[in-house]
Design a protein around this ligand. Sequence first.
Ligand code: LER
Ligand code: MN
Length: 272
Amino acid sequence: MIKSCATIALVPEITSGPWIYWHDLERSLAHASSLGFDAVELFTASAEVLDVSETQLLLEKYKLQLAAVGTGAGKVIHGLTLTDPDPNVRKKAIEFIESMIKLGAAFGAPAIIGSMQGNVVTGVDREEALNWLADGLIYLGKHAASLGVKLIYEPLNRYETNLINTLGDGVEFLKSRQIQHVGLLADLFHMNIEEADMAASIKSSGEYVIHVHFADSNRRPAGNGHSDFSEVANVLKEINYKGYVSAEAFAWPNSQSAATQTIKTFNQYFNQ
Ligand code: LER
Ligand code: MN
């Protein structure tokens, strides 16, 4: 069965971005639970800001799983990426992600590397940047596996990274560099920009897809844009996908309506 999930942003400094719920963990969990979501995905400033036992109790109280933790704050707040030309920054990026992997693993949840992959910046050779990314993913994949979880790598659209933009290129990268314990995230917003055919791409990369970000073409909650979810849903069922379809979408027009719209579209396409 495909499972539903809603994102919660818990970073006080950040006030806009593609997350359904904002700032208040317990209120968000209570609302997601009341709508019947299976899980939540958390976006935090660091691993330290979350009290593991308190969060475990809250998740139990609201009968929700933790699906994944995002690491994007490592870039947005701390300026760290795996492809920064400065080896010191790359080292700090690795340490930040390691701490997020450990946080997620306490709940059996994987960490996501999206914007922390960075970019090939001026003055850096593309091959060198890809080597740094591969080295980081190999090391972090092993770290995740040692804690009993996988690591999730997310191709992003061209306006966010010039490294890997499609699932196909993601598969090729993981295979050719022999990167273990790392699966791919199919973010339907990025894919709507980059893929010729979202469903076909998921089908051909199927065995690597371990997480899905769920948003419409305009990154509003699914059902508020022009993406067609029926083929994507059919193909996920066809490949026997059992992971989360996690709403990483704007809280448009507000968190409550965004969550309600998301679960409605989820139930329409993915929960049959
Ligand atoms: C992260 O999951 C993502 O999709 C990026 O666009 C960062 O917002
Ligand atoms: Mn995403």
